[in-house]
Design a protein around this ligand. Sequence first.
Ligand code: ZN
Length: 258
Amino acid sequence: MQALRVVAEFFLTVCVGLSFGSFVTLASYRLPLGEDIVVKPSRCPKCDTKLGFYDLWPVLTWLVTLGRCRYCKAAVPMRYPLTELATGIMFGVLYFKYGITFQSLLLALLWVVLMIMIVVDLEHYIIPDQLHYVLLPLGLGYNASIGTPWDDVLNGFMLGAGIGLTLHFGYRYLRGKEGLGFGDVKFMALAGIWLGLKPIVPFLFFAGIFGVATGLLWRALKKGPIFPFGPSLAVALYFCITFPEVSNLFWNIGQFVK
Ligand SMILES: [Zn+2]
C-alpha cells in the first residue's frame, strides 16, 4: 500500500511538473516580447489559431502531432517538449528528495523560474528583471522556512554581489568590453541570498565549470564569441540548493587537501 502511494504521488508530481513546464515554454516565449503571461490564451505563433484543450498537453501533443501545429503544420521547436520534460523530471527529483512538503514546493517554484531564465537567456542573451523580482522574496521565504540565520543570508548576498561586480568591472577594465552581463551580476547576488555564505563558494565553482563547458560548446556550434552564462548559474544554483551534501562534500575535500 505504501509503495502504491509513493508511485501515485510521484506520478502526480511529475504531471504537475509537466504542466508547469508548459507554463515555462509560454512564459519564456512571451516575457522577452513584453507580453502578458497569465490571462492571454495560448495561440500558435505562426497561424495565430487559438489553441484548445487537445493542443495543450505537455510533451504528448508534440509527440502525437509529430512536432507540428495541427492547423498550419508549422514546426514546433523541440525545445518545447524538452523544456516540459526537464521541468517534470526536476519535480520528480524533488519529490524523492523532500517528499510533498513546503520546502519542496518552494524549490519547485525556484526551478520553474530558473527554467524560464535558462530558455530566455539561451535564446535572447538576457535575464529578464521580472525573474529577479520573483527570486528575491522566494529566496527570503525559503531561508525563513528552513531557519537560516539572517547574517548568513546577508553575507552570502554581499559575497555574491561582490564577486559579480568584480568580474563585471574587472573584465571591462582589462579587456575594454563586457564579459559578464549585469543580469548575471544581479543573479549572483540573488544566489548568495538563496545559499548563504559557505555554499556560495561551491556554487561559483560549479557555475564556472558549466560556463567554460557552455563557452566551448558555443564555439563548437559556431554561435559566436559571446555565450549566455545564465544557464550555468541556474543549473549550479538548483543543484547546490537541492543537494546541500554536494557543497558539504566540496568543503570536506578542501579540508582533506589542506
Ligand atoms: Zn499554427
